[in-house]
Design a protein around this ligand. Structure first.
Ligand code: F0G
Length: 461
């Protein structure tokens, strides 16, 4: 993609929300008060909020319309049946259990399927997913292919699982000790890198032969389907909708954070083909989320979600434009020499913080420091995805040291314009020129679970 590429949006703007850029001194103060953690900033102090694409999407006029027809019945809401139909149509699973968001689904499936002492392989960890597996007494085992750990590798399907690693685990512990395998597609923590359909089929074949369930983390599976269409031989003429159904047919169930692909601001679900698992999940839903026909969601949210899901696959232009926006920002930063996770991925551009701040030791938290510096420089909020996010090993209590130390610049769907992207690239480019000025950070407060959300830091001495 050339730098001057124009990306015409497949939508026009009907409602606007003002944003403001506060002065640099105020940004310095705000960052200090937030303990150098971008999660603790107030959004009113943020100019462009690229923390996450989760729940931050712009809904369509049709989705807003659906809010008015939400059925708020406690039991048997017609909005639930509407959501159930949409999930069956788009993903192809037989049964659907709604949840308040993705981690609600992760909690339930972990409780249903993991016995203490079990192992759960997956193509790289995700923070909430792994924690729920551990809380259920399981141990996560990473079976992603090695290319995923090399920011420089241009491999097009860095999210692929490595069958040899999976087989090694199965041989070591026995298939009975494996609750299921989680396949994230694309892989959030690996730079939004996709999984090929060829790899999914192999995983599926391998697991079905051994009676191991395959669970898809479907948060951004529509984006993965688009990568298959554009990168994998033989899929160019298929629609994203068709490819997504093929992907799901390689799996037995999915957990879904509907705050991503479905353009919704809240919501999630668990879907599966196995009636026994459905019974148990439906029952646990009542305990933790709410009745199985609302799962912690308002009727209007289920309506907006169902509409969003249908829209997301109705024409490929939506997802194409989104991926193009990510690639445009990626290319703009690459042109400025900023070290990036390669190639451009799905939902975000990931800056290689280790290379950007190569003068900082890993213990000085380069990605956390860079995310703070980006905010002070530009008012743009990004997120650490490195040693802080990785947390501590529950057995040893020591910091996990992930190979990837990244800052994620995440693009919400249909929210920001190309000019905003130019602003981001320009300011991160400026920061890169002055990178040696950045100092590291150290912890002053570390919560027990998912520490990256609430930890506080101070400049290292
Ligand atoms: N799986 C993936 C791949 C995710 O990216 C997330 C959330 C979840 C599961 C959990 O879903 O937030 O609805 O409970 N990711 C957000 C992010 C938080 O910013 O990447 P949730």
């Amino acid at each position: 993609m050339k730098k001057n590429t124009i990306l015409p949006e497949p939508y026009k703007i009907k409602v606007v929300e003002p944003v403001r850029l506060i002065p640099k001194e105020a940004r310095e103060k705000a960052m200090k008060e937030a303990g150098y953690n971008t999660f603790l900033l107030k959004s009113q102090d943020v100019y462009l909020d690229l923390l996450t694409d989760s729940g931050t999407n712009a809904m369509s006029d049709a989705q807003w319309g659906k809010l008015m027809v939400g059925d708020e019945a406690y039991a048997g809401s017609k909005s639930f049946y509407c959501l159930e139909d949409a999930v069956k149509e788009v993903y192809g699973y037989k049964y659907v259990v709604p949840t308040h968001q993705g981690r609600g689904a992760e909690h339930i499936i972990s409780r249903c399927l993991i016995k203490p002492g079990d192992y759960i392989p997956g193509n790289m960890y995700f923070t909430t997913t792994r924690l729920h597996q551990e809380l259920a007494g399981g141990t996560f085992v990473d079976v992603i292919n090695d290319e995923a750990y090399d920011p420089q590798s241009e491999f097009l399907f860095k999210g692929n699982a490595d069958l040899k690693k999976l087989d090694k685990l199965v041989k070591e512990v026995g298939a009975k000790k494996i609750s299921y395998i989680t396949v994230g597609a694309p892989v959030n923590m690996a730079g939004g890198q996709p999984v090929s359909i060829k790899n999914l089929k192999k995983v599926s074949q391998y697991c079905r032969a051994r009676d191991i369930r395959v669970v898809l983390d479907a948060a951004r599976a529509i984006e993965n389907a688009y990568f298959i269409k554009t990168r994998e031989p033989g899929y160019a003429s298929k629609s994203v909708k068709e490819i997504l159904l093929q992907m799901c047919s390689c799996t037995d169930a999915c957990t879904m954070s509907a705050k991503k692909d479905a353009y919704a601001n809240i919501g999630g679900f668990l879907a599966m083909n196995d009636a026994g698992l459905y019974e148990e999940a439906k029952n646990l839903c009542v305990v933790y989320e709410g009745l199985h026909t609302y799962g912690g969601l308002a009727g209007r949210d289920m309506e907006a979600l169902a509409q969003g899901l249908k829209e997301a696959v109705e024409k490929d232009e939506w997802v194409a434009h989104r991926i193009d926006q990510v690639r445009y920002l990626w290319q703009s930063l690459d042109d400025l020499g900023v070290p990036l996770m390669r190639p451009a991925g799905g939902h975000a551009v990931f800056v290689d913080a280790k290379a950007f701040l190569s003068h900082l030791d890993h213990e000085l938290l380069p990605a956390q420091s860079l995310a703070a510096a980006i905010y002070v420089e530009s008012g743009v909020r990004t997120m650490e995805r490195g040693i802080v996010s990785a947390g501590r090993d529950p057995q040893t209590g020591k910091n996990r040291k992930p190979a990837l130390e990244l800052v994620r610049i995440t693009l919400p769907r249909r929210v920001y314009t190309q000019t905003h992207l130019d602003y981001v690239a320009e300011h991160i480019g400026l920061l890169y020129k002055n990178r040696k000025q950045a100092k590291g950070l150290e912890f002053v407060y570390e919560p027990k679970y998912l520490r990256f959300f609430q930890a506080r830091f101070k400049p290292a001495k």
